[in-house]
Write a protein that binds this ligand. Structure first.
Ligand SMILES: [Mg+2]
Length: 357
């Protein structure tokens, strides 16, 4: 038995209320109903993983993620965590459609392994940088509330806001306008979460352009399976268009890019896990497609994992890892130090550096 053999895996619910309900084009949530994985190695090194199912995006619920994570645990117990790619393949061969369970298990494996190796996870992934800067998301709220949220975000040192759109175009434009007024100097990105048709997305961008508002980027204007619609939007605007829900594997991202369907790809660990995310990032780099990292409703645990991944790999143009700021409390500490929107991972000694409160 190796010192990095997996001694035990515990899987339990992780429920965290939000400060206020978060509404996007595909649904609304009032709490993060996630799953916590705790994986312990033979040498005593413990690693944490988080599964963050968001049904409208991943088709999973807390119940299915709990069951799938327990199934994955049975597949890796007693095996050597050092062979993490082999273990990932083994889990994926059965639970390939339970992507948040795969992500949470891979997170716990890599956290435990890099703790055992006394190496920060960001260094394990390449050590490209030690700081990243996240945006801050404003959900589908009234213009008045959007104005207040934007002002408050600017006051806490945020430099880029992401606005949820994809509903009624007039309301969407009014929200974006109010947010621009509340925080005039800040960068703006839009996320339609599949809510528009291709022509509605272009109408929205034109209406904003008429008001002198040119977002840095728009995410997922159309339904995730509407690749032609996504391409149409991309080819008819100068605003960069990102694939989010449409992009979930290296092969599917290669197809989107070869179609000319997007300028940016939003990688989320919860959509594909770490092993697949590395391949997606490689496809994007090879084709000069801009990289984005995003998240589901994740605590400091999964957010730290994404921060270490992005800091380690480098080259991510858009960073949307703000969800710990949307939670009413967080059961974890460590992982990174936050100043405004900047997450600094340089203080982490090994693994993710996450501890339970
Ligand atoms: Mg998105």
């Amino acid at each position: 038995m190796s010192r990095t053999s997996i001694r035990s895996v515990a899987v339990e619910p992780l429920n965290i209320p939000l400060l206020e309900p978060f509404t996007i084009a595909t649904g609304s949530v009032a709490a993060a109903n996630n799953v916590l994985v705790t994986l312990t190695l033979a040498d005593g090194s413990a690693g944490y993983g988080e599964c963050a199912p968001f049904s409208p995006s991943t088709g999973e619920t807390q119940e299915t993620a709990l069951a799938a994570a327990r199934g994955c645990a049975a597949l890796v117990e007693g095996k050597d965590a050092a062979h993490w790619r082999v273990l990932s393949k083994r889990m994926r061969s059965v639970y390939f459609s339970q992507s948040t369970a795969i992500a949470g298990m891979e997170m716990a494996l890599l956290d435990a392994l890099t703790r055992s190796y006394a190496m920060p996870l960001s260094i394990f992934f390449g050590g490209a940088s030690s700081e990243i800067e996240t945006d801050y998301s404003i959900p589908m709220v009234t213009p008045e509330h959007g104005y207040e949220l934007a002002k408050a975000a600017a006051a806490r040192g945020i430099t880029c806001l992401k606005v949820k759109v994809g509903g009624d175009i007039r309301e969407d434009v009014a929200r974006v306008e109010a947010i621009r007024e509340g925080a005039p100097g800040l960068g703006l990105t839009l996320d339609a979460n599949q809510g528009y048709t291709a022509s509605e997305a272009l109408l929205c961008l034109e209406a904003l352009d008429d008001r002198d508002i040119r977002p840095l980027m728009m995410e997922q204007p159309v339904h995730k399976e509407d690749y032609e619609g996504l391409r149409y939007v991309t080819q008819h605007t100068g605003i960069p268009i990102a694939a989010d829900e449409s992009a979930y594997s290296a092969a599917n991202v290669a197809h989107l890019i070869s179609m000319g369907a997007c300028n940016v790809v939003n990688i989320k660990l919860m959509k594909c896990g770490f092993v697949e995310a590395l391949d997606i990032a490689a496809v994007c780099r090879a084709t000069h497609t801009q990289l984005m990292i995003g998240a589901m409703m994740e605590s400091r645990l999964a957010t730290s994992a994404a921060a270490h991944f992005v800091a380690g790999l480098g080259g991510f143009r858009y960073i949307d890892l703000d969800t710990p700021m949307l939670l009413a409390d967080d059961p974890f500490k460590g992982g990174y130090e936050q100043r405004g929107g900047v997450y600094d991972v340089s203080g982490v000694v090994s693994g993710l550096g996450i501890e339970r409160r």
